[in-house]
Design a protein around this ligand. Sequence first.
Ligand code: ADP
Length: 591
Amino acid sequence: MAGRGLSIQLKLPLLIGGLLVAVTGIYSWAAYQTMQSSASATVTTRLGTVADQYAQALTTQRDQFVDAVRSVAENPAVRAYTAHPSATARASAEAALRPSGIQAQQVVAVELWTADGRRLLASGDAARWTSTRATAPFRQELVGQFRAVGDAIVYPVGAPVLTGATGRGYLVQWRVITLSRQAREQVSRLIGSDGHLFVGNAANDVWTDLSRLVEAPPVDVVHADSVLRYERPGTGVVLAAARVAPRTPWLVLVEFPRAVAIAPARLFLRQMTLIGGTILVLGLVAAWATSLTLTRPLARLTQAAETVAAGDYAQPVAAQARSDELGRLAAAFEIMVAHVRDARQRLEERVRARTRELEDRNAELEAFAYSISHDLRSPLRAMEGFSQALIEDYGDRLDETGRHHAERVVLAARKMDQLIDDLLAYSQVTRADLPRAPMDLQRLMRAALEQLDGEVRTRQARIVVEGGLPAVVAHGATLTQVLVNLLANGIKFVPSDRAPEVRVRAEARNGRVRLWVEDNGIGIAPEHHERIFRVFERLHPATNYPGTGIGLAIVRKAMERMGGRVGVESELGRGSRFWIELPAGATFPAS
Ligand code: ADP
């Protein structure tokens, strides 16, 4: 998980921020939805009420207009002329037909028809406004559909002309609807909330918004009984309710822009977002501050722990003046570090004391070995000397066996002398002061080869020194001894039927010099590579390869004392590659 890598200091504010966003987001959304649906419900009710009221108002007007037409139709002059159209009656009938009163200017034409469909009279601009098709059914009182004539809308109001109960004809008044921007705005203000009123035919062909003719709504409003929702070009999405005005062929349609209807919800959402944002910022700041007070001491503690882990117990753990869990943790940690520090100190002191003790014992032991070896030498020399004298002076008086025994005594004494020599050399390397200085390895190698001249000749060995040898920092005599021991082994541990070949070469290694001594001898099995460097450890019986088992022990001790190392790479039967490593004495020659 990626989150695991984040610091606690970041995680805490992120978590709290996330929670705050989730809570305020969910809460705001739920509240917004509720607000919106309640706003919709309010709008729905208002739409219905307003549409009902205007439909009712239209019907009331319709009744008034029908009453007005009826009263003209009941005029005796009109009745008389309809029953008997004569030239004398015409003038008074025409006078009766002429509209009067304040509503007269809305009447643009009047027609008088016979029952069988002949027009007896027409006043006003009948040719422009009227339509025969529209007037046909006026044998009873009613209003007709709206008719668009140019930019205007007219509609017929009709009533029968009766004599007793007999219909003699019918009267039709054509009224115009006064369309004006003012009328539209007035009604709109009355409705409120940017609402608009539309009036049209139930046949859905003619519609007006009271200022001009408009397109029919894009949905079927005639048969809708719930709130409609559609897009009105130029206004956007609207909510609408439609009502048929009773006893008319007309429809009333009231529209509210949806944006206005849900505006309170929108406003609420904006406010909530603002409040939510403020809460989020405050929460984040608080979380960040809390996180800092928690993580700062933790970071200090972590740093202290890391310092201790790196082995530095001396740095004091910064004491924290707090009494909460963190303070207690810091205090406990401090005590723990103090305990560990004390324990470590005690341990180190004990190790030092033990080491000193051990060194003293070693020194004593070595001194003892040295003096024993030294003291053994004179009786041994005496034994060898007297045995030799016995053979030389009394040899002719001894028989074969006696002489043989005396010779064995001489040989054993010599071997023991060699052993004592080697032990003394080892003891010397162990105890003596070995002051180091830059040494010419080439020169030391020559000295070693001189010492080995006898062995080289006897075994007809070939010793090749490849390239030049560099300077190293060492104790000259000791390093010569090391070279002698390694070269001597390289010549010695070769089967007698093979001429020994020893190659010597040096290589530079990070400011140190590694000298390789490689032979073509019997090799050493890997499991013995460590063992052979210990005192008296030999892998072969002295009859095959004579020796004391101290040579490599001297090499290792000498290298250790000179700040160097020794090692071997070998397999049985494949020759051996011994190496020693020492600090470089000067620049290493390029070739
Ligand atoms: P020594 O030579 O007196 O036996 P060393 O301490 O020099 O004693 O060597 C220890 C043993 O390591 C030898 O007895 C021999 O078995 C083995 N050894 C040392 N050098 C070589 C070599 N170059 N090749 C094979 N074996 C070796």
